[in-house]
Write a protein that binds this ligand. Sequence first.
Ligand code: HEC
Length: 153
Amino acid sequence: MGSNKKYFIDSNPKRWKPFGFIFIAILVVVFLIVSSVHFFSDKTPEQVPDPKQEPDNEIVDGIHLRTGLKEGDGLSTVITHCTACHSAQLIIQNRMNKERWNATIRWMQETQNLWDLGANQDVIVDYLVKNYPVYSKGRRENLKNIEWYDLSD
Ligand code: HEC
């Protein structure tokens, strides 16, 4: 009867101890490999922001894949100055004319620590006005000829 024991899966925790050690050893080795790959790759911080070197800097069908911005004169200037704090979606979903773009930039400079853009501001605003023009109808027209009624309580 007692000899049947060896056919059962061994649930004695002591027997599993060496496997726990091997598991931790594997984790350590994997960690060392991963961290050494990071350590020896020559990605200095100066090289990272250069959009031209990024593999996801591709433009497909006139759309810059990483940001979703349209291809056009001034695109790289816009990427450099306008996607540092927030997503380009914030730009894409806002349609403005030149004056309002300049006002928005001034507002960000006064309240959101946006830096002085110098001559780049014209490049950026020209790009925005050209590629993201004001919709001819940004929203539905105001309702006309409405018959208002008094709310009674
Ligand atoms: C220094 C950081 C910073 C930079 C750089 C920056 N922005 Fe902003 N921007 C902000 C912040 C913060 C907000 C407010 C976000 C929010 O409301 O969630 C904002 C909001 C906006 C909005 C929405 C405004 C609104 O009325 O809702 C637009 C459009 C915009 N930014 C465009 C731009 C453009 C174009 C550039 C490049 C010239 C730019 N941003 C660069 C910080 C920045």
